[in-house]
Design a protein around this ligand. Structure first.
Ligand code: SF4
Length: 715
């Protein structure tokens, strides 16, 4: 008895204790991580969470957020039933309703909008969560709306666009095989533990590491060369590195001669970026620019690890990133082992080394058979090369103006209005809608403006298909049934499909039948995957050759890697649409707006992640929030603090042209003098309120969250 008592106390699985280990994945941060979970379940309760050793990506580890999965699952703040708003918008006054009433109401309201103002007047929106996106996109298109939009309107997509404009197909860093890794503004030690471990393994075998980052981070501390540039000057740095590489004859002449378009114009342009000018524009010493350029060009093979947001969150972000990615082609590192390899995604952005019909599934109706997408007039290059979404940054304006057509309703999964610049303006636009539905795990601020709120369950309570780039795949099963009346997002989408597009045969066939249809080219089935609850290596993985462009060309209009973009050239009469990767300083910067800089002398850089928080998700959990004082704070260099008469934790007013928020200052050497770094996700001091709604990159539509101007004064 005593022994069993100890086993129970230790939460040891086995027949004696009745504790079972069930396999799942963590989806708190998504989707490039998805660490494996071992969930210890007894009597229908998850009593312990551990990292799954079986998972080849995470190999048993969990970050501080993932370790809090039980708190996430059993949070008191979870939404328990479908809710109907009965008070004014924003009041948070709701009454519970049945699923049948909720689903029927949505069916009726969206049909009404479709009949009165066309299917395009309904937006289907996915927030940060990604696993169900193929089903939501199909729902939008089967309904007849081109307006499937996601949080990728401010994250990832502009980086992918930059690569598509240069190469046609993006290439990812071949971390296990590279001998020189150029990390361009990413800090996986705070965001992606699996990648951080791969970096450490590379360093152990002698890999060179160059890191570009305006801050000091755990990644920069391990670098052979840290290029600590001023925020928003990435393009100038890349062009200056190209100047060194070309003038010293270190570029891949064969690749450039045979596979590129526009090199001579590019070569002429980069002549104006010698290292001394690079230093002037970026703040990086010229000798470091030269050393980094030589290292990247001469250590074979080398690759660039890009980031989803930091480089594209500037008003010049897309052109900057084009200039960065051109370094990969210039040095002959595109689609080669150890370089940036092309391995197309299998499912939800992840390359799993197997073929699927994901795209055919999502795009159940051609864009040519629907109205133009939201953002089509402002962001034509987005429409040409982003991956089939509307540009969500245009949603608030179009709700207000009704042009070129009205937006009446939004069916949202995990929408957070604080994602938008001028976030309060976005909130006001949501109030103008006829009908808003938000599906979420927790009662968020955005939910309070919805007409109906639906409770979603967590990854531990649902089935989902996931894959990993080492050729691993799993189809999870619920470890416990969904708590309360919550449902899986996919179940909600399929229930809505019955009402919104009953003629869609794949929706009628059901969720698992749809996944089997998507998986068909791989030869795998959900029945087979269920036999491997912790996942399995893909049988007969798809091994693609290197240098696929030698036979198939580049997927650009010219068929070559483009130093001069033939896509951007279509719109070159528009300001900022330069076919060359022309460097312009950020719209609000000392160089571009000196008057403003006198009033707001500091560079405002926002949105870096802390290791224990991701967006607004884990602030509510006591374990992660115990790791750092849970109040909004802005990082400031001690040099600036002294000049401003500030001490640690002093309360300050952080101001821009748009207004001010009150935060505490945190003094740290992580930020360089002249710069303020503000973390995002604090509802009580939302830094996104301080950005104008049209402070956007003109080509991608991404907000300039990482370089604006601000002032700080003691309250
Ligand atoms: S990195 Fe952390 S939050 Fe993200 S999936 Fe892994 S354990 Fe979860």
């Amino acid at each position: 008895m005593q022994n069993i008592g100890n086993l129970l106390k230790g939460k040891i699985a086995g027949p004696e204790t009745g504790i079972e280990i069930k396999k799942s994945v963590c989806a708190i941060c998504d989707p490039m991580t998805q660490c494996g979970l071992d969930l210890y379940v007894k009597d229908g309760q998850v009593i312990k969470v551990e990292g799954s050793e079986e998972n080849p990506y995470s190999k048993g580890s969990l970050c501080s957020k993932g370790a809090a999965n039980r708190q996430y699952l059993y949070s008191e703040e979870r939404i328990r039933t479908p809710l109907k708003r009965v008070g004014p918008k924003g009041s948070g006054t709701f009454q519970p309703i049945t699923w049948a009433e909720a689903l029927d109401t949505i069916g009726e309201k969206l049909h009404q909008a479709k009949v009165e103002t066309g299917p395009e007047s309904v937006v289907f929106f996915a927030g940060y969560t990604k696993w169900f996106r193929p089903y939501l996109k199909r729902l939008a298109h089967s309904f007849g709306s081109p307006n499937y939009a996601t949080e990728s309107s401010t994250c990832y997509q502009a980086m992918a666009m930059a690569q598509r404009l240069v190469f046609g197909l993006p290439g990812g860093p071949d971390l296990p095989n590279t001998n020189c890794l150029l990390v361009w503004s990413s800090n996986p030690f705070h965001t992606n533990p699996g990648v951080a471990k791969a970096v450490l393994r590379g360093l152990k075998r002698g890999m060179k590491l160059i890191v570009v980052d305006p801050r000091q981070t755990p990644t920069t501390s391990r670098a052979d060369i840290h290029l600590q540039l001023r925020p928003g000057t990435d393009g100038a740095l890349a062009l200056s590195m190209a100047n060194v590489i070309i003038s010293e004859g270190l570029y891949d002449k064969d690749f450039v001669a045979n596979y590129t378009y526009g090199f001579e114009e590019y070569r002429a342009y980069i002549q104006t970026f010698p290292p001394a000018r690079g230093e002037e524009l970026t703040g990086v010493p010229a000798d470091k620019i030269v050393a980094a350029a030589r290292m990247f060009a001469t250590v074979k093979n080398a690759c660039i690890m890009p980031s989803s947001a930091p480089v594209v969150h500037h008003t010049n972000g897309l052109q900057n990133y084009r200039a960065v990615f051109m370094l990969v082609g210039l040095t002959g590192n595109y689609d080669v082992k150890g370089g940036n390899l092309v391995n197309p995604p299998s499912f939800v952005y992840q390359a799993g080394n197997f073929a699927t019909r994901e795209h055919e599934f999502e795009q159940s109706r051609a864009f040519s058979a629907m109205a133009q997408r939201i953002g089509a007039e402002e962001f034509p290059v987005w429409m040409d090369v982003a991956d089939g979404q509307a540009q969500a940054m245009s949603i608030p304006d179009q709700i207000r103006s009704g042009r070129p057509y009205p937006i009446r309703a939004i069916l949202a999964f995990g929408m957070n209005f604080r994602m938008w610049p001028d976030s309060l303006g976005m909130r006001r636009s949501l109030e103008d809608l006829d009908f808003l539905v938000n599906v979420d795990v927790f009662m968020t601020e955005t939910c309070k403006y919805a007409d109906l709120v639906l409770p979603a369950c967590t990854s531990m309570e649902r089935s989902e298909l996931r894959c990993y780039n080492m050729g691993y795949v799993l189809y999870t099963q619920p470890a416990i049934p969904p708590l309360y009346e919550s449902r899986s997002d996919a179940d909600i989408i399929y229930a809505l499909a019955e009402r919104l597009c009953p003629e869609d045969a794949l929706f009628r066939a059901g969720y698992e039948a749809s996944i089997d249809w998507i998986l068909e080219p791989s030869g795998m089935t959900t029945a087979e995957l269920k036999k491997h609850p912790g996942g399995m290596f893909v049988p007969n993985p798809r091994i693609l050759p290197e240098r696929k462009y030698e036979t198939g060309g580049f997927k650009t209009p010219s068929g070559k890697m483009e130093f001069v973009s033939t896509v951007i050239a279509r719109y070159q009469e528009r300001p900022g649409f330069d076919p060359l990767p022309v460097y312009r300083p950020s719209k609000y910067s000392r160089e571009a707006s000196p008057e403003l800089a006198r009033k707001y002398p500091l560079i405002l850089n926002t949105g870096s992640r802390l290791p224990m928080f991701v967006h607004t998700r884990t602030y509510r959990l006591s374990w992660p929030s115990s790791l750092r004082p849970n109040h909004p704070s802005a990082d400031l260099n001690p040099v600036d603090a002294e000049a401003l008469g500030l001490r640690q934790d002093d309360e300050v007013r952080l101001s821009t042209l748009m207004g001010a928020i009150r935060v505490k200052v945190n003094l740290t050497q992580m930020v360089q003098p002249g710069m303020v770094c503000m973390y995002h996700g604090f509802g009580q001091a939302d830094v996104n309120e301080l950005f104008e709604k049209d402070y956007l990159d003109p080509i991608s539509g991404f907000p300039g969250f990482k370089s604006a101007l601000c002032s700080v004064e003691k309250v």
